[in-house]
Write a protein that binds this ligand. Sequence first.
Ligand SMILES: Nc1nc2c(c(=O)[nH]1)N[C@H]1C(S)=C(S)[C@@H](COP(=O)(O)OP(=O)(O)OC[C@H]3O[C@@H](n4cnc5c(=O)[nH]c(N)nc54)[C@H](O)[C@@H]3O)O[C@H]1N2
Ligand SMILES: Nc1nc2c(c(=O)[nH]1)N[C@H]1C(S)=C(S)[C@@H](COP(=O)(O)OP(=O)(O)OC[C@H]3O[C@@H](n4cnc5c(=O)[nH]c(N)nc54)[C@H](O)[C@@H]3O)O[C@H]1N2
Ligand code: SF4
Ligand SMILES: [Mo]
Length: 863
Amino acid sequence: MAVRTTCAYCGVGCGILARVTGERKVEIEGDPDHPANAGRLCSKGTHLGETVGLEGRLLHPMIGNRRTSWDKALNLVAKRFRDIIARHGPDSVAFYVSGQLLTEDYYVANKLMKGFIGSANIDTNSRLCMSSAVAGHQRAFGEDVVPASYDDLDAADLIVLVGSNTAWCHPVVYQRIMAARAARGTKLVVIDPRRTETCEEADLHLPLRPGTDVALMNGLLAHMRREGLVDEAYLSAHVSVPDGFWSALETDNDLWSVARLCDLAPADLQGFYELFAATPRTVTLFSQGINQSIRGTDQVNAIINVHLATGRIGKTGAAPFSITGQPNAMGGREVGGLASTLAAHRNFSDEDIADVGRFWAAERMATKPGLKAVDLFRAMGEGRIKAVWIMATNPAVSLPDVGRVREALAECPFVVVSDVIADTDTGRFAHVRLPAAAWGEKDGTVTNSERMISRQRALMPLPGEARPDWWIIKEVARRMGWRTAFGYDRPAEIWREHARLTAYRNEGARALDLRGKAAIGNEAYDALAPFQWGGRPFADGRFPTPDGKARLVSVAQRDAEASLADWPMTLNTGRYRDHWHTMTRTGLSPRLARHREEPLVEIHPDDAASLGLADRALARVSTPQGESVFRVAHQPGQRRGELFVPIHWTDRQSTGGRAGLLPRPLVDPHSGQPGFKMTPARIASVSVDLHGFLIVHGEVPLPDCLWATRITVPGGTLYEIAGLGDPLALDRALPRGERVEASDPARGTRRVAILHEGRLVAALFVTRSGELPSRDWLIGQLQQPQGPRVLAGRAPGGQLERGAIVCACFDVGMRAIVAAIRDEGLADIAAIGVALGAGTNCGSCRPAIARLIADERKEAANG
Ligand SMILES: Nc1nc2c(c(=O)[nH]1)N[C@H]1C(S)=C(S)[C@@H](COP(=O)(O)OP(=O)(O)OC[C@H]3O[C@@H](n4cnc5c(=O)[nH]c(N)nc54)[C@H](O)[C@@H]3O)O[C@H]1N2
Ligand SMILES: Nc1nc2c(c(=O)[nH]1)N[C@H]1C(S)=C(S)[C@@H](COP(=O)(O)OP(=O)(O)OC[C@H]3O[C@@H](n4cnc5c(=O)[nH]c(N)nc54)[C@H](O)[C@@H]3O)O[C@H]1N2
Ligand code: SF4
Ligand SMILES: [Mo]
């Protein structure tokens, strides 16, 4: 029987039908009845089944590297926190939590810290993700409410994607946009310095200079005003406009000044402004290109200003839409998981503190906001945070300037990490590691980007001694002395308390009000169908501010400071289609791994030429904070002067590619969100004199050389390696066994195969100047009977490398697609689907196929 649950990954919040087909075996299908996805899933959701095995799982509580009992671990955590609080006060401890916790987990953690420990030092990775959107909503609307739904995308006539690589990061929303476009001709504009795959089907791409979104939006609003398209009636009834707002907007917001500042062709900018002016039903969807900036909150308000001033809000198909990243970023906001908010969309006003304190029968209510993520780890580095409990996030990878973060963690007297994975970069700093229940085992609720609350349901029994996060937290709370306040036995009890709190003394003051679901029984909770709170927010033009009006906020473009004298490039960081964050789970899937096998630094070919950086060479990217090596990828879609690197690689995955070392720990003054997208940087080539790869059945530690990266492949692990010196030194990485080898001193080539009972268990191929054979064929030989002939590296007759995987569902590589376009003359996505299957399942690769077709067309025209 299929269980209805929700995807583990992004904030689209797709419904899934999961069938357990064996021990830790799950079949995944999109849930046709879930309103968020109507049966669609992207490549990550589709391949969730490959990530539910027990490889790498943390299955027992650990103190240091010793296995221990739950009782000992929990007592130790409770005692150390109690002792440190007694000696140094409640503000000497902290929790750092995550939008990947379920609402019930999050609620309990927040209640423990803010109501009982008596500090607000609980912050979340959502600080790095959407805190600028939260601050922007609060400034404009008085409450953090996302005033849009996915069906607005179906109804809009124009969709503007700002700083969002929707095709990769919210693929099912992207498909929904594509469907609306096919059905109704919805116009699509993408505003992003990079030409991402999201631009592939767009009517217009504006590759603006990074950090100039305020200028672009203010210019748009000035244009609307000049055209007489500001909705004066809406403004006077529903919006308060600060003094001087319009006069400030009059300076430097003519088309030419804005185009120069944003480094855009004036005609393109004008085209966008005119399209916007002509299309009242507009959704402006934004994510990290807007939020992750030291001006993020202003950027958010610049977008909302345009929508408020033109009355494009609270109406079908018209809204500003902050799309969330993590599966439960929104749930975290609802329970007050940020250090700057209280539970149930309350703030740190005297009244809210008193209300929440009374509701909880709090022993010691926090009375002021706590430390925000970046400040929290800085305080830890300065010795002011003496105990930290990290849950469901990997800050040693994902914070800015992780070099300093790691120093802080190493110095912190007591570090607790709750995770599902045994070996994470953050876990290596833990004194105590607690095994949490993973997706497919845990039970509770999540809220997606459009305020839709859905159940995640357990599919499988808890493995080993893993326990749900809510259980772990309440056990510590009880052992700290608060037995009744944390007497929960099941998530449903926590849900009811949370829902009641949203209704408590809320006579229409706050939009978040779950009273309708506050009294549901355990069975009704188990059967809870997805539901959206808030309906169509602000449809009546009333906003949750004291005077009921929304606010325009005066925001001015500031100098972006993207480069400094010695750091001439601007570094941008972000995501790949088939990886999720620090890869603890997507890294387990052989199919997802092959889309991008190594961490690349993307650079415009002209910049690369002037810096002497060949495609696929290695280069060191440095910033004032740190440096890391990446593989160079020439990318004509990059702006000149800018670099892009992915955020996913960790110590576990590679020796280089460490994006977190590079960004500055500078934050937005309103939200505390770091500016991950713009760091002054430089890049220089790194010379190596040998390169190669290693394939093993199972896995071995990362080979000790300048460049080593690993990915999971069917039956084992593939390591790409490069370095300096003696190829023989790499033999140390090989497992033991019967060995066959060959070498060609002229090319500096060395090939070694390790057999066990005649079957291939490892193959190492390195060379100074020669060619390397197909990884694919060798991967296919793992565990197969083989002899010395395996050193040829290919089947008799040979076989080409597939090239980068485009379609993860049908395992179709770039070469096959290009060949189909060239040799068989296939000219559209549908024809390629018929011939190769590519793009016909989850559809995540359709933009990539479209690009290959366009590239081939261009090449044919030129050639
Ligand atoms: N495949 C995949 N999907 C994911 C995730 C994942 O790890 N992998 N993570 C999830 C999470 S938590 C999040 S937060 C979302 C993030 O989703 P997105 O925000 O779509 O992803 P990013 O790649 O971080 O950045 C988006 C774009 O912002 C652009 N940008 C950079 N600077 C600027 C600027 O100054 N102005 C403008 N307008 N744009 C700029 C970047 O070039 C980039 O293409 O994705 C979610 N979905
Ligand atoms: N340079 C740069 N840095 C960034 C970003 C960027 O664009 N550029 N983006 C930022 C953003 S938007 C985000 S959201 C963060 C994400 O960064 P992180 O939150 O650090 O990344 P994850 O890999 O998702 O970490 C989640 C951890 O929780 C574990 N886990 C999974 N499920 C559970 C569970 O149910 N319980 C427990 N206890 N653990 C679990 C996973 O194994 C993993 O170790 O990165 C931020 N950092
Ligand atoms: S779009 Fe993909 S990753 Fe996001 S929830 Fe849906 S299936 Fe999961
Ligand atoms: Mo995020």
